[in-house]
Design a binder for this molecule. Structure first.
Ligand code: BGC
Length: 266
């Protein structure tokens, strides 16, 4: 079977940089029309949309803050206006605002939970409403829609100094599983991806120089991940090759979640 997302429409939130941009590129390369959502800065998402269109694909950039209900509703309505359908949602927008718990402001707690968890709920809800109306598009996909929730190894690994982020990702895990349990009978496939340390702007300080050497001690496979490591899995989970994969999380982390500190210890 060949990987093809021809005739399918994918919406990627947080697509102006990092994993979201990589996922959008890979989905477009597999044949999907892609909506690149950004929040604050249109420039990079519009540039990526242009690149995709110039190379024969179909893409548009749409601004929306995924933590705001009215923005999300508009984002999905504009997606349908542009491409007529929605087949794949990659709920990817995420952010860190790091501090020890005693110093963490309520505003920074709320913002991270708002984007990373509430944002994924609002986008999933909007996608499910569309998938339910569309049903299975015969000859396009075996499923009536696919959602990929971008989580983190920190849905499983506690992370001191990042309690808002880790709590949001723990929430994403249960959001994903509960939604999958709720809608699988409607032939909607929902899964998650839990990336480890992937080299992007979110963790630049930890992935460069001496810090990178420390980080590598936590990665048995011996390298920091690239955006493509995640983007390839997004395409796999979005296409029919994974048609029987439902409600699970794929850890893509070079073994980080194997707790390598326990080798020869404990
Ligand atoms: C975080 C990164 C971190 C990685 C591994 C990710 O979810 O966003 O900052 O490097 O987990 O700890």
């Amino acid at each position: 079977m060949q990987i093809s997302l021809d005739q399918q429409v994918a919406l990627v939130t947080g697509a102006s940089s990092g994993i979201g941009a990589g996922a959008a590129k890979a989905l477009a390369a597999a044949g999907a029309a892609v909506v690149l959502n950004y929040n604050a800065q249109p420039g990079p998402a519009e540039e990526l949309a242009k690149q995709i269109n110039d190379s024969g694909g179909r893409a548009i950039a749409i601004g929306a803050d995924v933590s705001k209900e009215e923005d999300v509703e508009r984002l999905f309505a504009q997606t349908l206006d542009a491409f007529g359908f929605l087949d794949i949602l990659v709920a990817n927008s995420g952010m860190q605002k790091d501090a020890n718990a005693v110093d963490l402001s309520l505003a920074d707690w709320n913002q991270v939970i708002g984007v990373n968890l509430t944002g994924q709920f609002l986008c999933a809800r909007a996608a499910l409403r569309i998938f339910n109306k569309q049903g299975i598009r015969q000859g396009v996909s075996r499923a009536a829609g696919k959602i990929i929730h971008m989580s983190s190894v920190h849905q499983r690994i506690p992370w001191a100094g990042h309690v808002n982020y880790a709590a949001s990702k723990g929430g994403v895990d249960m959001l994903m599983q509960t939604l999958a349990q709720e809608v699988s009978q409607q032939k909607i496939r929902i899964n998650g991806i839990a990336p480890g340390a992937i080299r992007t702007a979110i963790n630049r300080a930890a992935t460069e120089g001496d810090a990178a050497q420390e980080l590598l001690k936590l990665i048995p496979y011996g390298r920091i991940g690239d955006v493509e490591d995640i983007a390839n899995a997004v395409v796999f989970l979005a296409c029919d090759l994974s048609d029987y994969i439902v409600g699970t999380t794929l850890f893509i982390d070079g073994g980080m979640s194997l707790y390598p500190e326990f080798r020869g210890n404990g």
